[in-house]
Write a protein that binds this ligand. Structure first.
Ligand SMILES: C[S@@+](CC[C@H](N)C(=O)[O-])C[C@H]1O[C@@H](n2cnc3c(N)ncnc32)[C@H](O)[C@@H]1O
Length: 160
């Protein structure tokens, strides 16, 4: 499979997952977290399908176009291991959806990072929140949902 086909499959799966969760949380209170701002593609889509949500984004550094970069109050820069460790008081237990798009081409490094991100995310989430990720976050207490298992790219959707 070409890299182009893989990219198309990945992006269409991400879109389906975000759209699914956006519908599932409609009417429920809570903020949204984007772990892995990257080039700002998925956060921009989240803004479009969840226009009334406050969205907070995380990354090691900014490499998205300016229009996709949240303002300073909604942006956490630095290693996820540090920026996720302690939510500020106003965000503790407040996220209804966390999208963790953290994968790289180094699967071994991702396998180390993903459970750390999962463990760190717990204190940010509301009861019944949704988490979607391109890597298995391995949080035992979360229920893995199979609702989008038919998508062309593997994605992990959990309910807390
Ligand atoms: C797959 S990309 C995100 C793509 C993005 N969601 C988009 O739609 O453009 C993963 C991002 O995670 C960031 N990242 C990976 N490991 C990180 C870490 N330990 N701490 C902070 N950022 C990290 C990378 O800088 C990269 O931007």
């Amino acid at each position: 499979m070409s890299r182009l086909t893989r990219m198309i499959e990945r992006l269409s799966t991400q879109q389906a997952c975000i759209d699914h969760v956006a519908r599932a949380i409609a009417g429920q209170p809570g903020v949204v977290l984007e772990i892995g701002l990257g080039k700002g593609r998925t956060v921009d889509h989240m803004r479009e399908v969840m226009p009334d949500r406050e969205i907070y984004a995380f990354d090691g550094f900014v490499h998205a176009p300016p229009a996709a970069v949240p303002d300073d109050d909604h942006l956490f820069l630095g290693d996820f291991r540090e920026t996720l460790i302690t939510p500020p008081d106003h965000l503790r237990g407040q996220a209804i959806f966390a999208h963790a798009d953290i994968g790289s081409e180094d699967r071994d490094a991702d396998a180390v990072l993903a459970p750390i991100v999962g463990e760190r995310l717990v204190s940010w989430l509301r009861p019944g929140a949704f988490v979607a990720s391109d890597r298995d976050l391995k949080v035992q207490a979360w229920q893995r949902l199979s609702v989008l298992d038919g998508q062309p790219w593997q994605y992990f959707i959990y309910r807390t």
